[in-house]
Design a protein around this ligand. Structure first.
Ligand code: FPP
Length: 241
């Protein structure tokens, strides 16, 4: 028995709210988009770090259903950044064994972006080293509402008995139906809020709020947070035995 015998294994699924790009840029007297570009570079570093840290699933919050309220310049800049990023990272992601998925409502996203998302999902669908899920036009309440709509259609069509609906049934209609629930949710930039991210899925997740702004969040800090998780105990509401 080593000194780690009381520790849990690494979190299988880590979800991250990447916050603080705007403030990072403003602190340098630069436009907010400058911060988003720096943030995108961090995404690559954190994805690369996952296999060594034992993280199999990584889910990142790239754009929320509320983010449309930002200025038109910032929204269109972000959409351009996503398109460019998906194109420039495709080869790397395939070679690194990363399987990419997207969650969120695609209906409001522009066609060229959606085509790139579909293509990347298809091109990486046989990868299994790391499962990267990007939440784009995602909101937890919106996801549950869309799931409920699909479920209701099944009921209306007589294919689903309303009496048979339970939490497990509903979860099958969520965007995340193939993913395990996150073990750990990290939010950067010192804000202690969930902001509508994976509301259903994080019922039993641990939360870690770090002060670092996302563009400064290094793989070393990521490793420290993962290490902290492994040292804590999680009981799912049960009394320790
Ligand atoms: C939060 O910072 C960040 C976002 C809303 C966008 C996240 C986007 C990236 C990290 C870019 C790359 C992502 C991918 C998938 C390539 P904020 O603007 O809310 O910062 P603030 O709170 O300081 O204003």
């Amino acid at each position: 028995m080593g000194r780690h015998s009381n520790e849990r294994p690494a979190p299988e699924h880590v979800a991250i709210i990447m916050d603080g790009n705007g403030r990072w840029a403003q602190a340098r007297g630069k436009p907010r988009l400058f911060g988003h570009h720096a943030g995108a570079r961090r995404v690559r570093e954190i994805v690369e770090a996952c296999p060594d840290l034992g993280v199999k699933y990584l889910t990142i919050f790239a754009f929320s259903t509320e983010n449309w309220k930002r200025t038109q310049a910032e929204v269109s800049g972000l959409m351009r950044l996503f398109k460019r990023y998906l194109m420039s990272e495709t080869k790397e992601l395939i070679e690194a064994g990363v399987r990419v998925r997207f969650i969120g409502d695609r209906m409001k996203l522009e066609d060229t972006l959606v085509s790139l998302m579909d293509e990347l999902e298809l091109l990486t669908c046989e990868n299994d080293k790391v499962h990267l899920t990007v939440a784009l036009n995602y909101g937890g309440r919106d996801e549950v509402a869309r799931a409920t709509k699909r479920l209701s259609r099944e009921v209306a069509a007589g294919r689903l008995d309303p009496e048979a609906v339970n939490a497990e049934t509903l979860a099958r209609y969520l965007d995340t139906y193939v993913l395990p629930d996150p073990d750990l949710v990290i939010r950067t930039s010192g804000e202690a809020r969930i902001s509508n991210f994976l509301l259903w899925q994080s019922a039993y997740s641990e939360y870690e709020f770090v002060d670092t702004l996302w563009p400064d969040f290094t793989r070393e800090e990521f490793a420290r947070v993962i290490g902290g998780f492994s040292a804590r105990d999680r009981r799912y509401g049960a009394v320790p035995g």
